[in-house]
Design a protein around this ligand. Structure first.
Ligand SMILES: [Zn+2]
Length: 306
C-alpha cells in the first residue's frame, strides 16, 4: 500500500478496535480519524452509560489514538436506535450540550433515522436545533431499511430547520441516494463495508460517474465485520482503476477535512508534525503492558503531506 498518501477516516468506531488496527491504519497513511457516537450493539439502560461512553470518546480513546500517531476527533449525539427509549433519551438530551463544547468534538452525530419512528424524528429535530445553536456540523446516519426515503427525509427535515446543507454530512449513501444528496448541496459520504452495502469496487464506479466534489469515503469500522483499512484500500483501487490521484486526495482527505473543519476544531498542523511518545500516561494509564518498550519519536518519517 502506498505510504505517501495521507487519509482522514471520518467515520470509524475506534473503541471497538485493537491497537493492531491503530498501527496498521497509521502505517497505511491514516493520520486522523473521526469517531461518531453511536450505539454499542445493545441498548444502554442508564444515562450514566452514555456519559461514560462520551467521556471515553473525548478522553481515553483520543489519548489511545495519539499513542499511535493518529489524531482523534469525535461527534457526539443520541443515535436513532436509542432515541426510541424516550425516558432515557430525555436524560441524554440534557447532557449533550456539555459534551458538544469539549475539545475535539467536531459535530453532532451520528444522528438521524433508523426505523423512522416518531421518537426518532423528535430527537433528530432537537439535535438539529442544538447543532444550529452551537454552529456545529451535523453527521447523519441514514437508515439501512427504506434508505432512499429515509435519506431524502433526513435532508428535508434539516432544511426545514434552517440548516445550511454545507454543514451537513449525509453518511451511508449508495448508488440510489447519491444524486439526491449532491443535488441538494449536502456532503455525500460513503461507508465502505466488506461484502455488503458499498464495497471499494462500487465506490470507484460512483466516483467515475459523479466526480469527487463533496463526496467522502469512510470505513465506519466498528464491532461488526468491517475493515479499518477500507479508506486506504479504496484509495489504492481508485488510482488502479485509472481515476486521477486528485480524486483520492479529495474524497479520502480534503473533503472530510473541509466539512468537519467548519467546527473550527481541526488543525492540519496537528498531524503534520505528529510525535509519538508511548511513555505518556492518561490519568495514570498507559497503552503499554509491563516490559513493553515505548515507541518515541516521529510517527510519520515516510509520510509526505498531500
Ligand atoms: Zn457509525
Amino acid at each position: 500500500m502506498s505510504s505517501n498518501r495521507i487519509f482522514f477516516d471520518s467515520h470509524v468506531h475506534m473503541v471497538s478496535r485493537t491497537t493492531d488496527d491503530y498501527e496498521a491504519m497509521r502505517k497505511a497513511g491514516v493520520v486522523a480519524v473521526l469517531e461518531p457516537a453511536f450505539w454499542q450493539g445493545q441498548p444502554r439502560t442508564e444515562v450514566g452509560s452514555f456519559k461514560d461512553y462520551f467521556n471515553t470518546l473525548i478522553g481515553w480513546e483520543r489519548f489511545r489514538a495519539s499513542q499511535f500517531g493518529i489524531k482523534h476527533y469525535c461527534t457526539i449525539g443520541l443515535n436513532s436506535k436509542e432515541a426510541n427509549n424516550e425516558a432515557l433519551a430525555e436524560q441524554v438530551m440534557e447532557i449533550l450540550p456539555l459534551f458538544l463544547c469539549k475539545e475535539g468534538v467536531v459535530g453532532v452525530g451520528e444522528i438521524g433515522y433508523d426505523d423512522q419512528t416518531p421518537a426518532e424524528d423528535k430527537y433528530y429535530r432537537q439535535q438539529l436545533e442544538l447543532a444550529k445553536e452551537l454552529n456545529l456540523p451535523v453527521q447523519i446516519h441514514t437508515p439501512h431499511r427504506d434508505k432512499k426515503r429515509g435519506t431524502i427525509r433526513s435532508m428535508e427535515v434539516a432544511l426545514e430547520h434552517g440548516i445550511d446543507p454545507s454543514m451537513v454530512i449525509v453518511d451511508h449513501n449508495n448508488e440510489e441516494t447519491v444524486q439526491d444528496v449532491l443535488d441538494r448541496g449536502f456532503w455525500c459520504a460513503f461507508t465502505i463495508y466488506p461484502h455488503t452495502k458499498m464495497g471499494s469496487e462500487r465506490m470507484v464506479e460512483v466516483l467515475r460517474k459523479y466526480g469527487p466534489e463533496r463526496i467522502i469515503v469512510d470505513s465506519a469500522a466498528d464491532w461488526g465485520v468491517s475493515d479499518p483499512l477500507a479508506v486506504p484500500k479504496t484509495a489504492a483501487l481508485i488510482v488502479e482503476r485509472g481515476l486521477p490521484e486528485d480524486y483520492v486526495t479529495k474524497t479520502c482527505y480534503q473533503n472530510p477535512l473541509d466539512a468537519y473543519g467548519q467546527s473550527g476544531q481541526i488543525n492540519e498542523a496537528d498531524w503534520q508534525i505528529s510525535e509519538v511518545d508511548q511513555r505518556e500516561l492518561f490519568r495514570g494509564n498507559s497503552v503499554l503492558r509491563g516490559g513493553q518498550t515505548p515507541k518515541i519519536g516521529s510517527s510519520d518519517s515516510d509520510i509526505v503531506p498531500n
